[in-house]
Write a protein that binds this ligand. Sequence first.
Ligand code: AMP
Ligand code: MG
Length: 415
Amino acid sequence: MNTATTCLDESDPNALTVEQALERVLAESAPVGGTETLEIAAALDRVLAEPVAARIDVPPARNSAMDGFALRAADGRAGNRLRLIGVSAAGHPWQGPVGPGECVRILTGAVVPEELDTVVMQEHAGLTESGQVTLEKDASPGANIRERGEDTRAGAVILDAGRRLTAADIGLLASQGIPQVAAVRRPRVAFFTTGDELVPIGQPLGPGQIHDSNRYTLAALLTRYPVEFVDLGVIADTEEAVRSALTQAGATADLILTTGGVSVGDADFVSQLLQKEGRVGFWKVAMKPGRPLAFGRFGRALFLGLPGNPVSAMATFSLFVRPALLRLSGAAAEPPWTLQARLLEDLHKRPGRADFQRGILEQRDGGWVVRSTGGQGSHQLRSMSLANAYIRLPAESSGASAGEEVEVIPFQSVF
Ligand code: AMP
Ligand code: MG
């Protein structure tokens, strides 16, 4: 997609499209390698370094899916009476033999005696005073029985290397009696914000000052990923301060994240230093919000310099930092989920850059509808706070009208 000639204001011939930029980021984001052994209770969201095979058949034994009576299907004609000889309860299997014309009371999860091949649910059976079970319906062979190994078979791979463990995965491992897994080492991320105007929270604002929100946003975003992170604080807009922070981060981290200082203004030392002393991959992406984005290397670390505007910083995080973090940590960088939603109001846009407007997505009358959060300035963090999705308008688009179907990216799949 070439956006160079669509509009003088919005297009920049040196800017990459979002897709091109992502391709370059991914090409440089190799897994950091190294593994550690973790107890499964501490492994949620971590990435598997090796595939995991099932140790045992699960269920380990044929068992009942219902409370009822276990019997031979051959004895299971409607109207038949069977002699009740015992009980098989969960954790307390019936041990003795069961002869023809006999049945056992069985509870959910209890082992089905070997010689029996059907379970009649209790609602379809009656019990006489003399302890006989009467059947109201014909029983069918195999009914209400969970076969051994029906869920997983011993030896089969149940989780692949590169898998980010979910709560269900942790349970699956536990069901196999697997206490530990080999997880990929967490990449080390060092981050700092830049700007002489930035004041930490808890300190009153002087003239021209604002609170440093990006550092808190970044820390909050990073807690969701299998990474270790170090907050290097707010760095002043001097070449020396930025160099020292970059040098420290570049010596220890796998990835450096910064916000601010990546335009071409006088105080934009981040991009200057990257050019002089590191390596610059690219630093303009044809997207809105978030055009200035620096990507490269400094020291041993990969470097992503996000724009200072809080909305731009978050947008570039979701589109570029997230996939890089996943790749570095050995997981797949799945593309975001998209869905089509009916737009509830007109959206304005000039052609040239791909637009990621902040929207509120909801279900209405069985379909998806989306509306804008209002002010879309890249300094308006409230637009991110109110939103639950991006409305993606392609670079060449010149807006969209109420009633049109637009592409929406739910935040769940990008943060
Ligand atoms: P810059 O990219 O450094 O030119 O910053 C662009 C805009 O984002 C300016 O209005 C900055 O004041 C603002 N900004 C930069 N860093 C932060 C931050 N950490 N938190 C909040 N706003 C910021
Ligand atoms: Mg700045």
